[in-house]
Design a protein around this ligand. Structure first.
Ligand SMILES: N[C@@H](Cc1c[nH]cn1)C(=O)NCC(=O)O
Length: 427
């Protein structure tokens, strides 16, 4: 039998829905900020701590989760993640105090961290090698719809049924999906649940070191690091305040721009997935070009005298949005560089890149805004935002230098013909 195997679509659909739910939970606080400050009687920086904690837990969990997937199989790990998110979101719905809500959010981040790597592992097992880049991109792209669903229905639910019922009803979706994972998901056509070799600490260290030693893994890490932090920081926390306070837009226009960010992902994701599958040798060139375009777009906005015009800001979010799909190139480079039994842990290493960079940026923007705002309040000025958003240049400088270095090493390690032959042999 050759891939795609019978049932591949059902397996992918269940995995995709669980990922969509994870993105939904991850983003569900973005529109509940005001309600959260009232419910828990907290300040803006305490509110930002929710996002920081979530990103921190997510990034820290990536390698352990990758190892767990290689050891226990994606089905078990995804089921654990779904149940964890459901329990944590229930806790968040019922939380009455700030510390209780923080603990609940921590476990939401933990459950969230367990989904994406599992879906990648399932795609790599169930689909033909030539289709993997496209299906992976479709997963990343469609998963972002979770963010859109979190915005509109959650705003309505918070206003009409209140905090507890709104969050409880989103938590209940997890129970339905946990049953779907249990009944419909298989790790491979031959096994419902597979187990990899037992992992001792020295074996874990050896396996991670072997993966990290490959220039392809490092190239993937730095591609993921460089491409996605700008869109993640805008989408999860700073986009709305930047457009309203930094660029003088109305709240509605700022909300519209954040929607354009997702539209950009939807438009570009599938096309990029197709291109990656067609030209694997040029994956790092695509990533470098996209990051270059993001740097140029930000530079135009930050140097614009006064508020940038709306069309320029629309262009900015479209270009920045492409960074999300471009980050998936990192996973693809790791996939074609690592043996199948180390695929999930390699994906965990890659996924740490973008989320660590996003965390650094979210924190840096907050710190710089506080530093540049007279009187220490939250009345941030456009000037303060210009300083804060410029923190991205440090991350781009580090990321692009590393991508350039490891691209040269990866190309020395594996020639164009060897890459083509290895991809053909995977099929
Ligand atoms: N960059 C994202 C996925 C993505 C694809 N298109 C837009 N965003 C990523 O790394 N995903 C991991 C996750 O858990 O969301």
């Amino acid at each position: 039998m050759t891939p795609p195997y019978k049932g591949a679509f059902v397996v992918w659909l269940v995995g995709l829905l669980v990922y969509l739910l994870a993105v939904f939970h991850r983003s569900s606080l973005a529109v509940a900020g005001l309600a959260a400050t009232e419910r828990f009687d907290i300040s803006a920086s305490q509110l930002a701590t929710f996002t920081m904690l979530q990103l921190l837990v997510y990034a820290a969990m990536q390698i352990p989760v990758g190892l767990m997937v290689d050891r226990f199989g994606p089905r078990r790990v995804m089921l654990t993640g779904t149940l964890l998110m459901t329990a944590a979101q229930t806790g968040f719905a019922l939380a009455e105090t700030y510390p209780e809500a923080l603990v609940a959010r921590l476990f939401v981040g933990m459950g969230d961290a367990m989904t994406f790597i599992c879906v990648l592992r399932l795609i790599a097992t169930w689909f033909a090698v030539t289709r993997i880049p496209l299906i992976t991109q479709l997963t990343g792209t469609l998963g972002q719809l979770g963010g859109v669903l979190a915005a509109v229905p959650m705003t309505w639910a918070l206003g009409h049924v209140g905090w507890t019922r709104a969050y409880l009803s989103t938590a209940s979706l997890g129970i339905v999906l946990a049953v779907a994972v249990l009944l419909l998901l298989r790790d491979s056509p031959a096994e419902r649940s597979r187990r990899g070799p037992a992992l001792s600490l020295p074996a874990v260290r050896k396996s991670l070191a072997a993966s990290w030693a490959l220039p392809g893994t490092r190239l993937g890490f730095w591609i993921h690091f460089s491409t996605q932090f700008s869109s993640t920081a805008l989408a999860l926390l700073w986009g709305y305040p930047f457009f309203v306070r930094g660029e003088g837009l109305s709240p509605n226009a700022a909300g519209g721009l954040l929607t354009c960010l997702v539209v950009s992902v939807m438009l570009v994701g599938p096309a990029l997935g197709w291109l990656i599958g067609l030209h694997p040798w040029h994956r790092s060139s695509m990533a470098l070009t996209i990051v270059g375009a993001i740097v140029v777009a930000w530079t135009v906005v930050l140097l614009w005298p006064g508020d940038a015009p709306l069309p320029v800001l629309v262009l900015l979010v479209f270009v920045v949005g492409v960074g999300g799909p471009a980050s998936m190139i990192g996973f693809d480079v790791a996939r074609t560089s690592n043996p199948p039994h180390r695929l999930a842990s390699a994906s965990g290493i890659i996924n740490q890149g973008g989320f660590t960079a996003s965390l650094l940026l979210v924190v840096s923007i907050g710190v710089i805004l506080d530093w540049r705002t007279p009187g220490g309040g939250t009345d941030y000025t456009p000037e303060a935002f210009r300083w804060a958003m410029s923190a991205q240049y440090v991350l781009w400088a580090v990321g692009l230098t590393q991508v350039w270095r490891y691209r040269k090493r990866a190309r020395r390690h594996t020639s164009r013909d060897e890459l083509a032959a290895s991809i053909a042999s995977m099929g």
